[in-house]
Write a protein that binds this ligand. Structure first.
Ligand code: ZN
Length: 404
C-alpha cells in the first residue's frame, strides 16, 4: 500500500508542472494560433507563403530545407529547430485530405517564435531537436484527396518506395534516426470512444511492429509518450480520446518506422460537434504536441509508464450526426405507418458552385444503440416516407422546423 501511495504521489508531482504548462497553452491558444490559416482546404502554395512568414518570425531559431519534390514537382520541406540530443520527427498530411495537424504545426511554430524566451521553449530547444515535415503529400492536398498524384496511398508504400514522397520520408528518417516520431493523420470524424458513444476527438496509437504486437524498448517508449499525451488531452476532453486499431499493417509507415527503431506515435484527428473545419481538434493537436515536447525534454514522460495507454478505450463506430428518434413515418400508398429512428449525416458536397454541407439519410429503423451529435425527439410527430428515403439528400433545416 505504501508503495502504491508513493507511486501515485510520484506520478502526481511529475505531472503537476506539465499540467499547468498545457493548461496555459490551452487557455492562451488564441494568442499564438497561426491566424493566416482559417480553413482546411489550403494548398501547397498557401502553405509555402505561411512557412515564409514563419521563417521570418523564427529567424535563427529554425533552419528550413527543401528535401525533395513531389511527383508534380511541389517542394517538400523540412524544418529543424533546437539543438538537443533527443530528436523528434513529425510528418503531416501524408494523406492530402488530412490537413488538421499541418495547421497545428503552424500554430506550434508560431508559439515557439512568440515565446522563444520562455523557460519551456528554451528547455524544449536545448534538450530536443524538432524535425518537421509539414505536408508530405502536396499533390494530394492540391486535389484534397488521400492519394498522391500518382494515385498511390503513401501509407502502403513504405516497403516498395515507389513514390518520391515515400522515399523522402524514408530517407529523412534514416538520415536522422530520430528517437521519437509523430505520424499525423485525420480519421473519419464519426469514430467514437469505447462503448460510451462519445465522439473520438483524437485517437492515438503506438503502432505494432509485428503481427503478434510484441513490445520492445522502441514501442514501449512510444506507449509512454502516448500515455503522457493522453493525460494532457484528457484534461480538456476527458471522454473523447480513443485508441486506434493496432493491427499490424506490413506496408504502412507507422508500423515500419517503429520497426526501424524510431518510437512512433500515431495521432488521428477525429471529430467534434459543429466543427466541420476541425479548428478545435487543431487546437488539441497543438496543445498536445507542445506539452509532450516539454515532457520529452524534461523526461517526465518516462515516469508515466504504459498503463494509461493500455486503458485507452478502443475506437468504435456508432455515431451519426443527427438521429430523429421515434418519429411516425407514413406512406402515401396504403402501406401502414410505423415508428422509426432516422439517421442523417452531414456530407461535404463539391460541385461547380463550390463546397457545401448537405444532410443525407444513412440509416432507418431501430437506431437506439447508436449515438449522435444531435438527437431530435420525433415522438408524436409525423413525416412522409418520401421526405426521408434512404440515401436521399434532405433539407436539415426544414426537418428541424418540423420537429419544433
Ligand atoms: Zn491518414
Amino acid at each position: 500500500m505504501k508503495n502504491i501511495i508513493f507511486i501515485l504521489a510520484l506520478v502526481m508531482t511529475t505531472h503537476l508542472a506539465d499540467a499547468q504548462f498545457s493548461k496555459n497553452l490551452f487557455d492562451t491558444y488564441d494568442s499564438y494560433k497561426f491566424s493566416g490559416i482559417v480553413s482546411r482546404r489550403f494548398k501547397h502554395a498557401e502553405l509555402m507563403t505561411h512557412l515564409g512568414s514563419l521563417k521570418k518570425s523564427l529567424g535563427v531559431m529554425a533552419v528550413f530545407e527543401q528535401i525533395g519534390n513531389s511527383a508534380e514537382n511541389r517542394s517538400i520541406n523540412l524544418l529543424k529547430l533546437g539543438t538537443g540530443k533527443t530528436k523528434i520527427f513529425l510528418w503531416s498530411q501524408m494523406h492530402g485530405d488530412e490537413p488538421t495537424a499541418t495547421m497545428a504545426l503552424l500554430d506550434l511554430l508560431n508559439y515557439m517564435a512568440l515565446n522563444r524566451n520562455s523557460a519551456e521553449v528554451k528547455k524544449i530547444l536545448s534538450e530536443t531537436t524538432l524535425l518537421i515535415i509539414p505536408m508530405l503529400n502536396p499533390d494530394g492536398a492540391e486535389r484534397f484527396q488521400r492519394r498522391t498524384s500518382q494515385e498511390i496511398d503513401i501509407n502502403r508504400d513504405a516497403l516498395r518506395l515507389q513514390t518520391p514522397e515515400a522515399r523522402i520520408l524514408k530517407e529523412t528518417r534514416d538520415k536522422y534516426n530520430p528517437e521519437i516520431g509523430f505520424n499525423l493523420h485525420d480519421q473519419d470524424p464519426r469514430y467514437t470512444v469505447g462503448e460510451k458513444g462519445t465522439v473520438a476527438a483524437i485517437s492515438l496509437l503506438a503502432p505494432a511492429y509485428n503481427v503478434v504486437k510484441n513490445d520492445n524498448e522502441v514501442r514501449i517508449r512510444a506507449k509512454k509518450v502516448v500515455s503522457e499525451l493522453t493525460l494532457v488531452l484528457q484534461q480538456f476532453t476527458p471522454d473523447h480520446i480513443g485508441r486506434y486499431d493496432d493491427s499490424f499493417e506490413p506496408r504502412a509507415f507507422g508500423d515500419n518506422i517503429q520497426k526501424w527503431g524510431t518510437s512512433v506515435v500515431l495521432i488521428e484527428s477525429g471529430g467534434w460537434k459543429n466543427d466541420p473545419e476541425k479548428m478545435f481538434i487543431r487546437k488539441l493537436n497543438c496543445v498536445g504536441l507542445l506539452s509532450v515536447f516539454h515532457s520529452i525534454a524534461t523526461k517526465a514522460y518516462e515516469k508515466t509508464g504504459t498503463s494509461v495507454y493500455e486503458n485507452i478505450p478502443m475506437n468504435t463506430r456508432n455515431l451519426f450526426d443527427i438521429i430523429i428518434e421515434k418519429i411516425t413515418v407514413t406512406f402515401s400508398d396504403g402501406r401502414p405507418p410505423l415508428i422509426a429512428d432516422i439517421a442523417i449525416n452531414k456530407e461535404e458536397v463539391r460541385d461547380s458552385t463550390g463546397t457545401r454541407w448537405e444532410g443525407r439519410v444513412v440509416d432507418y429503423g431501430d437506431l437506439s444503440v447508436f449515438s449522435a451529435h444531435e438527437k431530435w425527439n420525433g415522438e408524436g410527430k409525423t413525416i412522409n416516407s418520401m421526405q426521408v428515403e434512404m440515401n436521399d439528400i434532405v433539407n436539415v433545416d426544414e426537418l428541424l422546423k418540423k420537429m419544433k
